[in-house]
Write a new protein. Structure first.
Length: 236
């Protein structure tokens, strides 16, 4: 009986060692399983490349999904990108949109995001940049041709700088700048022309901003029916 007890006691350390080894083997696999889903994360990135830069133009619901799938090393960055995109989506003033888009912290987060995606998801950042550049150029050219074809005889056409504003490849507005000395009538005519292209021809939402020199004079958003000065503070 004593012999039997000694054998049992002798087996206990071996059993404990086996249990510890099993726990050590299982623990890494469990922790890796809860640390995001890289394959699913990369799938979301890949399927949204056609929307433009993934860090600037993913829909908020897709960014929320991305955060839920993100491995720990990129989750914080993905959350920053999501919050930046949400802030930009709520901005109507084009100068504020510029400020948000070119904010140093936003750029740093975007660069880190792109670097992680290129290294871990086999995403070629140059291909995405080329896609964005080509799409933006095509849209700008289309607007220029529209104005040339339909407003060639207006007295503002040849002296006006018109710039489409983008978030990724999504058009979010147009900024028209008339030369100093231009009158309110020219500004209103330009605003109406840009409104026709953005809201009727392209059927898009966004903000139109008209300046004379550096002075904002008119603005129209997709919610408003006319170009107005209501939201513009004229500078001296």
């Amino acid at each position: 009986m004593l012999d039997h007890n000694l054998k049992v006691i002798g087996k206990i350390p071996l059993m404990l060692s086996s249990i510890m080894i099993t726990v050590l083997l299982i623990a890494p696999s469990c922790s890796s399983g809860t640390d995001g889903d890289l394959d699913a994360y990369c799938d979301v990135i890949s399927t949204n490349l056609d929307l433009g830069k993934p860090d600037t133009n993913l829909p908020i619901d897709q960014l929320d999904l991305l955060i839920s799938l993100a491995p720990s090393e990129v989750k914080k960055i993905a959350t920053e990108i999501r919050n930046i995109s949400a802030d930009v989506a709520e901005i109507t003033q084009l100068d504020q949109l510029f400020a948000a888009t070119f904010d140093p912290e936003a750029i740093e987060a975007q660069n880190s995001f792109q670097l992680y995606n290129s290294q871990n998801c086999d995403i070629n950042a140059a291909v995405v940049e080329d896609l964005v550049s080509a799409t933006q150029t095509e849209t700008q050219t289309e607007l220029n041709q529209f104005l040339t074809t339909n407003y060639d005889e207006t007295n503002w056409n040849s002296t006006t700088n018109v710039e489409v504003i983008f978030n990724g490849i999504k058009t979010v507005g147009i900024k028209g700048t008339l030369p100093l000395g231009s009158g309110f009538r020219e500004a209103e005519s330009l605003c109406q022309a840009l409104s026709l292209w953005l809201y009727a021809v392209k059927e898009l939402e966004g903000t139109i901003s008209i300046q004379v020199g550096d002075n904002p004079v008119l603005e129209r958003s997709s919610e408003k029916l006319i170009c107005s000065t209501e939201e513009i503070e004229l500078t001296d």
